[in-house]
Design a protein around this ligand. Sequence first.
Ligand code: 0A1
Ligand code: ZN
Length: 875
Amino acid sequence: MSTTPSVIYLKDYQVPPFLIESTQLRFELEDDRTLVKAELRLTRNPECQVKPRGLLMHGDESLRLCRLAVDGQVLTAKDYSIDAGALTIAEVPDQFILESVVEIDPAKNTALEGLYLSDGVYCTQCEAEGFRRITYYLDRPDVMSVFTTTVVADKARFPVLLSNGNPVAEGDDSDGRHWVTWEDPFPKPAYLFALVAGDLKHIEDTFTTASGKQVALRLFAEEKDLDKLDHAMTSLKASMRWDEQVYGREYDLEIYMIVAVDFFNMGAMENKGLNVFNTSCVLASQKTTTDAGFQRVEAVVAHEYFHNWSGNRVTCRDWFQLSLKEGFTVFRDAEFSADMNSRTVKRVEDVQLLRTAQFSEDAGPMAHPVRPASFIEISNFYTMTVYEKGAEVVRMIHTLLGPDQFRAGSDLYFERHDGQAVTTDDFVAAMEAASGRDLTQFKRWYSQAGTPVLDITDEYDPSESVYRLRVKQACPPTPEASEKAPFHIPLQVGLLSPEGTDMPLENDATTVTLELTESEQTFTFTGIPQKPVPSLLRGFSAPVKLNYAYSQAELVFLMQHDSDGFNRWEAAQKLGVIILQALIADYQAGRELVLSDALVGAYRAVLNDTTLDPAMVAKVLTLPSQAYLGELSTQIDVDAIHAAREFAMNALACALEAEFSQAYKRCLIDVAYQPSAEQVAQRMLKNLCLSYLLRAGKPEYLALAQQQFSDADNMTDEQAALALVVHSNYQDAAQAMLSQFYSRWSQESLVVNSWLAVQASNPCPGALSQVEALMQHEAFNMKNPNKVRSLIGVFCGQNPVNFHAKDGSGYRFLADQVVALNELNPQIASRLVAPLTKWKRYDETRQQLMRDQLQRIMDSAELSRDVYEVVSKSI
Ligand code: 0A1
Ligand code: ZN
């Protein structure tokens, strides 16, 4: 980047002057280069008012143009120009064939955008704008074309040659090379293009769609990982059935393929008929994968599959509409996971993520609306806001419309827009048309950034049997706007009688949806015989912060009686927050820390109630996280939060040792391992108990953890024991376990990642030197995003005490890595820098140290657009 990068605005959107009717590609994969031959049938877009004489094609500085021809006429240098990678042909007819040949070098592509090599396997990543690194093209999602792709490569080293659609021809050349031609009949934008070539093996199954069509399912991986694909296959078939049953959506090609690659910037990619997956999101086996890993595979396989309709058949007009496909698809995969496992546990986990990662993004310098209004580099907008908050926005529509009208809206959306590239307005319009509801104000959720805050008070009038809730909403300023208009917020509410039962409300319902539309509103409930305890924001019905002055006794009451499982957990969190905030204040004031009996009593009751879902018991007995407590603070005091949590957990461990020990034993499983909701729940609670027991300070519990570590027949138990000991005071035992773990698993790349992460997240002193040492270890590779995330990403994002060390060493370390990665892989560099951008939340000394490092990155050599955007917006 030699000049200041330009900003792209939604308001400047214009339809493309040209369309591409068909795309024929031929890839010749050679050792030191790849030749890409393209034959494009272009035509003027009838919908475009202007008729430019020339044509601008997206491209990249890494393309070496070998030949360019219009309708067979070879162009010479005077007929075209190339500027900052883009190709302009001075004059073109209304309809023509454009032929080009370019040379690219996948072996040198460490950015992992476009065509690159991952451990000897060629693969592509084209979303969002990677296709222009492969050939000159109209690389924008509203240009949709049918593709025919021929891949040619050495047969011995690259026996498998894949692309989108159906294979239509193949053959051998005389020189040991072979070729396969693929045809994708569905018009698609270039970002959904994919190519894979390598020595891969596969497992195969079939799926019969609701209308009786047979689909071949093929999952590819390196031979050594072939035994880790069964769970993904099961998840794929379950997703296909679920989308038929819940959304009436069938698969449309004859074949569906997934390829596992080890080098990948994100989780996975929904390329038409040929998904490319990060190994971390598709491989799973009992011995090497934790329960959380199994659930991630299930969720990501479903997510990519669901994109076939929400994303591929109906795609985005422009990248500002990214949440059109991502918000909707995350909502769909969350509902799928809820149906496959425990609904309440899934909701709790999603809300925990939203309230830490998304809320902090929405409060920081990169805050943006679900539909951003501008960007410098679109890769920076694959965010918690676009994905997770976007999914909450769809969920709110579902809540406001109810399941039947929502389904009608979704049917109408797919019917109206099949084969089109559309906007979030089109999505909402379909929901409005199907339901008859006016969502004009609701659409502010797409255009206004920031997390709304609800302040709720109440009053009860016994003489009239009337209960009133008074709700105020406000939203703090964010970079794009200081004033916010009121949001349309569905607030689900129930009222509990003093006996702990739900009071019947309107039409005898026990939960009602209040619709907030103004900055201040009062809701009146009549026929309320006694003063109720309100259960507010049931199921987390809107992505907001809520203040209501609950007493500790009311929270304990809700923990026991609320019929809404999510809010029972939420009551425990709120109680934990109140108690921890007091401990934090005591710590800061140098007062002695004392644990409240209320918390011990509440925890004991939950622990002894064997009727509860063990997973929910584990969630309830987990104190609010360091990140959440930070998010709730005006100024984040990392050390005080850590000290308060450590103190509370140690005190709980001592007070409830016997109960934890009994619960641990109750949760032992003596049947064969399964990643089923039931077993997952038991292991979750068992390992939570172990975490408390280790804090009780008795050697017998260290022995218990060591025994679990060596006897475990699954990675969940093995890794839990390892992490607990490594993060404890038993440092000698920890070292022994770490080296044992590494020698056991050094050949399993994904397990080694968790070995790196356990050390990177170690809150004990010295973690930074350990991380620096590990960067020199054979297990680390700066070019592999999974390694970078597991070591550097985890240290900077999940080790607050060490990352925020007062001497600024953590900040310096991160800046060094960002500068190094900026050259290798801009997307990863720019994601990694996030923790530094939150400097405003810390004390003045740390603020200064963090800003110094941001400035140092800014002043370092040529910055990529990715890193430039994040750093310049943060300083
Ligand atoms: N569309 C994918 C996510 C994805 C986005 C960008 C990528 O490369 C820069 C890769 C994947 C999804 O939502 O799963
Ligand atoms: Zn997605």
